[in-house]
Design a protein around this ligand. Structure first.
Ligand SMILES: C[S@@+](CC[C@H](N)C(=O)[O-])C[C@H]1O[C@@H](n2cnc3c(N)ncnc32)[C@H](O)[C@@H]1O
Length: 211
């Protein structure tokens, strides 16, 4: 399939993206709504989830991505592969995330991954970063006790900020004493993770359990 050319970044604070995510009818999306759910925030072309959905067919997967052409492409690939445990939805996870989260099959949200989010290095752009305190609060409300949050980045300051924001919430318990988790907990690396390793650069990871 021809690769869609898209902008590398979009500004999540721009007017165009200031709408809550429109949840689809989940009954039309997932074949088995009773399966536990893994939400991947900022899934880009969805390569990670397209593989995970095949490796773990007893889990439902949901990718959220703000760049719409990538979502269209990922959903075409999902259809081509006939995966009924996977969905990609366009939208900005920082606008009223509870609208999407409360629409999900109840008590099923076991995993949330946020992997290599856009760093938006400048301090004046820090509000564009995806892990905002409001998102952490919304996830705490809708995630299942015993669930997992997995974070990774190639930028240590961003990994630290994400980690501190989850750690500040009493629902999330960090699972390691070392500053960073050595290994990815999932059997599939993301595109960004692979390119970071190929460049010989470190990856900073954190893992939280939901209380
Ligand atoms: C650097 S890419 C990493 C993609 C993938 N997770 C990986 O590890 O290869 C970060 C992705 O997050 C998306 N993103 C950034 N802010 C977002 C937001 N507020 N809501 C949804 N997606 C967002 C970007 O468009 C981009 O595709």
């Amino acid at each position: 399939m021809a690769k869609v050319r898209v902008r590398q970044h979009v500004n999540p604070l721009s007017h165009k993206y200031r709408h809550p995510i429109a949840p689809p009818d989940w009954n039309q999306v997932y074949q088995d709504m009773t399966q536990p759910l893994h939400l991947d925030i900022g899934c880009a072309r969805g390569k990670f989830l397209l593989q995970m959905a095949q490796v773990e067919p007893e889990i439902n997967f949901l990718g959220i991505e703000i760049r719409q052409p990538l979502v269209i492409e990922a959903n075409q690939e999902r259809e081509r592969l006939g995966l009924s445990n996977l969905a990609f939805v366009f939208g900005n996870m920082n606008v009223a995330p509870e609208i999407l989260l409360q629409s999900l099959p109840a008590d099923k949200l076991f995993w949330v991954s946020i992997q290599f989010p856009d760093p938006w290095f400048k301090q004046r752009h820090s509000k564009r970063r995806v892990v905002q305190p409001e998102l952490v609060i919304a996830l705490a409300k809708y995630m299942v006790a015993g669930g997992w949050v997995f974070l990774q980045s190639d930028v240590e300051s961003i990994a630290l900020e994400m980690t501190e924001r989850f750690q500040a919430h009493p629902h999330f318990v960090r699972q390691h004493q070392t500053p960073w988790l050595e290994e990815n907990i999932f059997p599939v690396p993301t595109e960004r993770e692979k390119s970071t390793y190929n460049k010989g650069q470190p990856v900073y990871r954190s893992l939280f359990r939901v209380r």
